[in-house]
Write a protein that binds this ligand. Structure first.
Ligand SMILES: [Zn+2]
Length: 128
């Protein structure tokens, strides 16, 4: 059975973010790919991937996902730098969800930084 990747590329999971999740084949090559894989990690509950790709300076000691949140989809709105040869990048996105029967969205501009050759989520600014 093929599962469509939750991040919205239209690809199947194993050919999209699945490659970068825990136990995957390789680190994400770009800031956008990492951002997408982190969204997918929220959807599938891959806490280990979220922590492993969090910048050491801002990584929380642990992370518990809210089981009451159901993620509906991801829109990548803007990408600045963050390419395969870059050291830093930014991705603006909107992630839609349902929580307690109410629809909402997380709109954020995230900063990514490469540490030890791998992209990491540094921090983000919430947008209205
Ligand atoms: Zn994906």
């Amino acid at each position: 059975m093929t599962v469509r990747c939750p991040c919205g590329t239209g690809l199947v999971l194993d050919e999209c973010c699945g490659r970068y999740l825990t136990g995957g084949a390789a680190p994400a090559p770009t800031a956008e790919a990492l951002m997408r894989s982190r969204y997918t990690a929220f959807v599938v509950g891959d806490v280990a991937h979220l922590l492993a790709t969090w910048h050491p300076d801002t990584r929380p000691p642990s992370l518990e996902l809210d089981a009451g949140t159901r993620w509906l989809g991801l829109d990548v709105l803007d990408v600045v730098a963050g390419g395969p040869l870059a050291a830093a990048g930014e991705v603006e996105f909107r992630a839609s969800h349902v929580h307690g029967g109410r629809r909402g969205a997380q709109h954020e501009r995230s900063r990514f930084s490469r540490v030890g050759g791998r992209w990491h989520y540094l921090d983000g600014v919430a947008l209205p």
